[in-house]
Design a protein around this ligand. Sequence first.
Ligand SMILES: Nc1nc2c(ncn2[C@@H]2O[C@H](COP(=O)(O)OP(=O)(O)OP(=O)(O)O)[C@@H](O)[C@H]2O)c(=O)[nH]1
Ligand SMILES: [Mg+2]
Length: 206
Amino acid sequence: MAASSIEYNYKVILLGGVGVGKTALFNRIKLDEFHENVGTAPSTIGSDVYRFSTTIGDDKVNVSLWDTAGAELFSTLPTNYYRDTSGALLVYCVEDNYTFESLQEWIDDADRYINSEETVWALIGNKCDLYNEVEEYRVAAQCKRMSTDLCYQCSAKTGENVMEAFQDIIASIHKNQAATKLQQSTKGDQPINIYEEQKSSHRCSC
Ligand SMILES: Nc1nc2c(ncn2[C@@H]2O[C@H](COP(=O)(O)OP(=O)(O)OP(=O)(O)O)[C@@H](O)[C@H]2O)c(=O)[nH]1
Ligand SMILES: [Mg+2]
């Protein structure tokens, strides 16, 4: 099969409150590691990026995954964190209702910088190895509000569902982008109807 000449660049950002496990998810995806440091984990300062390349079918895909501190919401995230975002993993902690209730604040903040309708969103209930305080119907309603089917209960600690969620968001972004590219290229291929063009250019304005 011939290799595609098209290269795609996707930026995926982690969003969510302090201590929900964004960095733990980041480390699980990047290193397949988890460090037990309950109560002593330092909050992320600044942001961290993990870049890698992969292929989907014949297409080359360059992915960057961005992690930042949950506390940043209160001091406004640097705009370059949001710039060119293709997908967002919105994380709450399943044993902490408050982190679930604050999700809309993250969406509202992101809305100031990105077109959230063009962004692929995934909802991640992290720490599913612990007691789940958030009722299922509320999670389903939140996914509906976010217009996404990408809804997961994950554990950065055990690794449950983490790679599935990450792979699914990349596949979903790619499906949208590849469809848009195809539409654009077929538009460009469309023959121009010279007669129609001439007709319109000779149309009298009176
Ligand atoms: N049991 C359990 N603990 C977790 C899980 N993920 C993270 N933790 C713990 O939760 C605490 C906070 O995790 P972090 O990854 O630092 O959270 P964060 O969202 O990056 O926090 P900020 O950088 O402050 O915004 C740490 O003690 C982690 O070990 C999980 O899946 N299960
Ligand atoms: Mg962190």
